[in-house]
Design a protein around this ligand. Structure first.
Ligand SMILES: Nc1ncnc2c1ncn2[C@@H]1O[C@H](COP(=O)(O)OP(=O)(O)O)[C@@H](O)[C@H]1O
Ligand SMILES: *[C@@H]1O[C@H](CO)[C@@H](O)[C@H](O)[C@H]1NC(C)=O
Ligand SMILES: *[C@@H]1O[C@H](CO)[C@@H](O)[C@H](O)[C@H]1NC(C)=O
Length: 364
């Protein structure tokens, strides 16, 4: 997590002038500022008063200029905002390991969406895969491309089914709450990003509640949702993706040669027609409200090692191959005999690394 959320907000300077102060100054009319700046106004000659008025207006003008204002206070991207697909590709190439399919689909989705000046619906992505394969990580990388502060941005919203909507008997209340949040957030920023984790644990009623926002409407109650991005994460279909990957491996083919079309038939039977997984059972799919299905492959030993190295570098340490090997070896792998794929992907890498670094630190 620590590695995933670094970067982005360094330019929101803390200290001297906080965002609140800037927001306050900009909200003030020049006259008020003038009144603050020059307490003894009445005593001054007309020339100084004129000068002071000029200075005060110039100052408010400067403070409210986007390039200044937005370096202190996070701003929503303007209407013509485009995502930089080249930069996103670089990030994905360098930081997302072992997921050539997900990379390809996400880049295609983002390029299409940002090249379209008037999208007909919000961008909706559904990420599927085993635990720890990078679903949250990838959504955060993507979110950070729209809002540099990532999860800390006030325009990026993460919902966890089991944390935010735990009680089935409260679904009617959650529905109302969620709808008013989405409405409020998109009114405040058309480019809002919503990430729904644990989608398979979401109550059917809640999925129905967000459906209107995902649809091809020009506006819903006067708000347009067409520039927003919705990302759904779930383990649904993860077992089938794993099986497909394993079949590839067993038949001696390269992981990188797995293509989308190799997964689609299994996913469409196993996920979309599985009545137990909330999302699929709903009309999201019937109505074609999901634009892209993004499969994440199970991670191998070598990918776990890449995660350990990345985490060491993120902590500002040098890569110690001995620790890399030790951490990767400690993970559990499946299938039992062949031990090819990590049970938890890269999920427990950070905790395991903490332990190893403590030991290494104690021996120094
Ligand atoms: N494919 C990957 N490439 C790089 N790092 C990864 C990858 N998968 C997982 N990680 C690392 O493991 C952590 C946990 O992964 P996460 O995205 O939360 O998994 P999940 O698929 O369960 O959402 C991430 O924060 C990231 O540091
Ligand atoms: C997009 O990102 C690339 C690589 O980070 C950069 O070189 C390029 O100038 C960016 N393009 C725009 C339009 O910002
Ligand atoms: C935006 O969403 C958050 C939840 O992520 C919620 O707390 C907040 O009240 C929403 N804002 C508006 C204006 O509705």
């Amino acid at each position: 997590m620590a590695a995933a959320v670094t970067g982005g907000v360094q330019h929101f300077l803390p200290g001297a002038v906080g965002p609140e102060a800037v927001r306050f100054l900009v909200a003030m009319r020049p006259a008020v500022l003038l009144w603050l700046l020059l307490p003894g106004l009445a005593a001054l000659e007309p020339l100084s008063v004129g000068l002071a008025i000029g200075v005060a207006s110039a100052l408010t003008g400067y403070l409210s200029h986007p390039s200044f204002y937005c370096s202190y206070v996070e701003c929503c991207p303007s209407a013509g905002h485009r995502l930089n697909a080249t930069a996103l590709r670089e990030q994905l190439d360098g930081r997302l390991f072992g997921q050539h399919l997900a990379k390809e689909v996400v880049l295609r989705a983002v390029t299409g969406f940002s090249n379209n000046p008037s999208p007909k619906k919000p961008l909706t992505l559904s990420l599927h895969g085993w635990a720890g394969t990078g679903k949250n990580f990838l959504s955060q990388l993507l979110a950070r491309h729209v809002h540099p502060a990532g999860l800390r941005s006030k325009f990026v919203h993460l919902f966890l089914a089991t944390l935010h909507f735990p009680h089935p008997q409260r679904v009617p209340m959650y529905q109302e709450q969620l709808q008013s949040w989405i409405r409020g957030n998109v009114s405040a920023c058309a480019h809002s990003v919503f990430i729904f984790d644990e989608m398979d644990k979401m109550h059917q009623g809640l999925i129905d509640a967000i459906k209107p926002f995902l649809d091809y409407y020009e506006q819903v109650d006067g708000v347009s949702y067409r520039n927003a991005i919705f990302i759904f994460l779930s383990n649904a279909g993860g077992d089938l993706i794993n099986k497909a990957a394993l079949d590839f491996w067993t038949s001696g083919k390269r992981r990188e040669d797995i293509q989308l079309k190799d997964l689609e038939p299994m996913l469409s039977v196993g996920v979309f027609n599985n009545k137990n997984s909330g999302l699929w059972h709903s009309s999201l799919i019937d109505r074609n409200l999901i634009d892209y299905f993004v499969p994440l492959l199970p991670l191998e030993h070598k990918h776990v090692k890449m995660c350990v190295r990345a985490e060491m570098l993120a902590r500002g340490h040098e890569v110690d191959e001995q620790i890399v090997q030790a951490v990767a070896d400690e993970m559990t792998y499946f299938p039992k005999e062949a031990r090819i794929y990590s049970d938890k992907g890269c999920k427990t890498v950070q905790a395991k690394l903490d332990i190893h670094e403590d030991i290494a630190g104690a021996m120094d």
